[in-house]
Design a protein around this ligand. Structure first.
Ligand code: AMP
Length: 190
């Protein structure tokens, strides 16, 4: 039986979204991707979207209180409560991790596994510049990509140690092909 309350951790461009979608298919549990939810909010011109738009476009992090609210609402939905979830892009700061751990602790469903995807920085920049040509995301230009990587290293990477202390982290090299990475993740969830 695979773990069903999962966190995919890794820098932008590590393949979190790609692998999350494969896990959705294979395990039948929802992906909870705050980046996608925020982009939808921007497109829908909601209050959250209007607050997040400029911050996202320049590659900074949206404030913890906004992102925590968005993520907690989604985690509280019946499908996530019943079947589990794949967190993709949340938490990204120590404050977000504390809020997540507290919420899941309150309802007695802690994270079961954290997959830490690692990919070499130059590979990431190349991948994201390619994605920018395909998807046209406003934050996929070289300057913003390097800034997002720095923010990842400073704010998000320390969460690997935080979850390592709980004994739930498995490191997976994300530089191989999507099929190969998916295989390694499957092994890490067994
Ligand atoms: P992503 O699609 O995960 O790369 O996220 C795109 C952008 O959305 C990020 O660069 C941030 O501006 C914002 N964002 C997504 N998730 C978070 C989060 N957990 N905390 C803060 N900002 C976030």
């Amino acid at each position: 039986m695979s773990a069903r309350r999962l966190l995919l951790l890794g820098p932008p461009g590590a393949g979190k979204g790609t692998q999350a979608l494969r896990l959705v298919e294979r395990l039948g549990i929802p992906q909870i991707a705050t980046g996608n939810m925020l982009r939808d909010a921007v497109d829908g011109k909601t209050e959250v979207g209007l607050l997040a738009q400029a911050v996202m476009a320049r590659g900074d992090l949206v404030s913890d209180d906004i992102v925590i609210r968005v993520a907690e609402q989604r985690l509280a939905a019946p499908d996530a409560r019943r079947r589990g979830f794949i967190l993709d892009g949340f938490p990204r700061t120590a404050g977000q991790a504390r809020a997540l751990d507290a919420m899941l602790g309150r309802i007695g469903t802690p994270l079961e596994r954290c997959i830490a995807l690692s990919v070499d920085e130059e590979v990431i920049v190349r991948r994201l510049l390619k994605r920018s040509a395909i998807e046209g995301r406003s934050d996929d230009n070289e300057e913003t990509i390097r800034k997002r990587l720095k923010i990842y290293q400073a704010q998000t990477e320390p969460l690997i140690a935080h979850y390592s202390e709980k004994g739930i982290v498995r490191a997976v090299d994300g530089s191989a092909s999507p099929d190969e990475v998916a295989k390694r993740i499957e092994e890490a969830l067994a």
